[in-house]
Design a protein around this ligand. Sequence first.
Ligand code: MLT
Length: 336
Amino acid sequence: MRHISLSLHLICILVTAITAPNLQAQPLVIKFATANPQGSHYVVHLMKFKQLVESYSHRTILIDAIIDGRYGSEHDNVMGTAEGDIQMSTVAVNNLSPFAPSVGFLSLPYLFDSEAQARTLFRHPIMSEVNSKMVEQANVRALGWMIGGFRVLTNNKRPVYQPSDLAGLKIRTPMNPIMVATFRSWGIEPLPIAWTETYAALKMGTVDGQENPHITYSAMPNANGHIYKVQKYITDIHYILWTGPHLINEDFYLSLTSEQRQILHRAADEAALYQWQWIAEQNSKQLQRLLDQGMVLLEPANEEQLWKAKAISIWPQFLGPEEHGFLQRIEAIIRD
Ligand code: MLT
């Protein structure tokens, strides 16, 4: 009898020894950064993704959310993801394209007429070609894309209705050659400044204005939602639709099991849909908040025709024969 109970005891120890490493396996922790604060559409997207991944993986994958610029500027986020110091980040596409010029087409002025066109594009298989190029150029791919509304122009000096009204104004843009060229086409030399430094630059008068979607002002880094204290006029140009990739380091992506990849893709798709819905409701609310605080909304003159004609004249500067062909395919998809 004693012999049987000893054997049982031994079997129990053996079973425990075999299963223990699984029970104690460490979860996979993914560092996911954004330069933007709580309340921004970035963090809304990130937290949704985190919740979905941790639920679908039964917490075998955890997302370490590094928000509020704790990993630096958007350029730092791209470089950290490319080098694998962090595994994921979300940035405005204009802050990725200096590292992956193949996504530059998304910042071409007046490419998109509506958010619906971007939703169509981001669900289209052609985006896997975009991913292959991003991997070649910057060692990152996009698991999905956020949409943030059209970039409008703000300044604190005077009403701006047409490009010639910009004369003498110092306008901040991202450090993006297409956006710089666009402002040159409108007759001024803009000042590229990191987004995380922009509120201070507006406050100190280093610049008089900048351009971004309404939603971005609700959670502008280092601004506590107070852009209306440093900006007065909003010119409602629709020159670029804000879009932003959800980046993942390619080596890390390739190291995952197919089951882990499926979980990340499923969560990324659902988080993107959630963010698209959220932004559609929030942009108009945020505009109203700014108007309630005394900002003034101005319609561009002549239905924006002059802004558009000048801006699209820069396209050829950024399109070689290969990009030109690719862009024709993109336009066929979004204007279908
Ligand atoms: C920029 O202007 O740099 C970006 O659009 C800001 C952002 O990250 O939303």
